[in-house]
Design a protein around this ligand. Structure first.
Ligand SMILES: NC(=O)c1ccc[n+]([C@@H]2O[C@H](COP(=O)([O-])OP(=O)(O)OC[C@H]3O[C@@H](n4cnc5c(N)ncnc54)[C@H](OP(=O)(O)O)[C@@H]3O)[C@@H](O)[C@H]2O)c1
Length: 305
């Protein structure tokens, strides 16, 4: 498939809601997998895309959480458990989805954690890198066959403007454990840069197929994402960010738009904010860093791919 060289502009703005940007789009017959479907942007994304007719595979840390979220909305939802920091669990989730034998039209990697105050590690890796990046890396790779089977499968990586505030060097491959130095927000930034680099590298790997991959920044939205930074800091951040923050309905717009809009047919390897192409950091544009991250991730997750 020929890819458009440029991502098109849309008429939508930071005030547009997920309902508005998907108005008139018929997703009947399509299957869209969303991680983190029980809270914040993931829940709103699930609600709106289900209302547009898609069958949602709603992933949460536990099946009970996914079921609880599914019960709150209208539409068809298949609840699955996907604890992203447990790579055996991620593999099992992908296997469960694979046996459904459904082409996956959209895979929205939305779940995430932010700024764990103390260093947490598993598999010798810092927890935000593991959860936000490596868990999704395993999930996407194990389901890529199903994405490619769809007429125009789309991977959407929910990154962040926070990818700009990462550790020195972008991805510090010599300190993925965080043991040498741990700075909560910079490790969040590193994990969000990893989401963006992964999308860019995946886009290159998908050249010549019908499938695409793009990354997004949803805006600044008050959600439980800030649960780790303490109520005082959260309240302060809420006040300071008030002029630029938006509602959850608006925050879910860009990922819904990039997953579903016919205007983005064949568009791949881009980064969107406010439903429009946005500028990514210099690190995010590095092909070398993206290729290295992919290779290192393959090594780290070798037993689960
Ligand atoms: N809100 C913002 O201002 C903002 C800005 C830029 C980017 N983002 C990105 O947007 C995405 C959604 O965030 P949000 O604001 O909607 O936050 P949220 O309400 O806290 O939702 C995060 C979701 O991720 C899930 N999750 C966390 N750890 C997980 C794990 N180990 N395994 C599986 N699922 C896990 C959470 O499940 P539990 O509820 O069970 O913990 C929840 O469903 C994140 O990737 C975030 O980085 C948000």
């Amino acid at each position: 498939m020929n890819r458009p060289a440029k991502a098109p502009q849309s008429r939508f703005t930071r005030r547009s809601t997920a309902e508005e940007v998907t108005e008139g789009i018929d997703l009947k017959g399509k299957t869209i997998l969303i991680t983190g479907c029980n809270s914040g942007l993931g829940f709103e994304t699930m609600r709106v895309l289900a209302a547009r007719g898609a069958t949602i595979i709603g992933a949460a840390r536990t099946r009970v959480k996914a079921q609880g979220a599914a019960q709150k909305i209208d539409g068809e939802v298949i609840p699955v458990a996907c604890e992203l920091s447990d790579l055996d669990g991620v593999a099992a989730c992908a296997d469960e989805i694979n046996v459904m034998r459904r082409p996956i039209d959209g895979l929205i990697c939305n779940a995430g954690i932010m700024a764990l105050p103390e260093l947490q590690q598993k598999y010798g890796l810092e927890m935000q890198f593991l959860t936000n990046h490596l868990g999704h890396f395993v999930l996407v790779n194990r389901l890529l066959k199903r994405v490619k089977e769809a007429p125009a499968g789309r991977v959407v990586m929910v990154s962040s403007l926070g990818h700009y505030t990462t550790v020195a060097g972008g991805i510090n491959f010599d300190n993925l454990s965080g043991a040498k130095r741990y700075v909560p927000f910079m490790f969040y930034g590193q994990s969000k840069l990893a989401n963006l680099l992964m999308s860019n590298e995946l886009s290159r790997k998908l050249e010549g197929t019908r499938a695409t991959s793009n990354a997004i920044h949803p805006g600044i939205i008050m959600t439980p994402l800030s649960r780790n930074i303490g109520s005082l800091q959260t309240n302060l951040a809420g006040i300071l960010s008030w002029p630029v923050s938006r509602s959850v309905e608006q925050g879910a717009a860009t990922q819904c738009y990039v997953a579903a809009s016919p205007a983005l047919e064949g568009v791949s390897g881009h980064y969107f904010a406010d439903c429009n192409p946005a500028r990514m950091s210099a690190h995010a544009q590095s092909r070398e860093m993206a290729a290295r991250l992919w290779a290192v991730s393959e090594e780290l997750a070798a037993d689960y791919l």
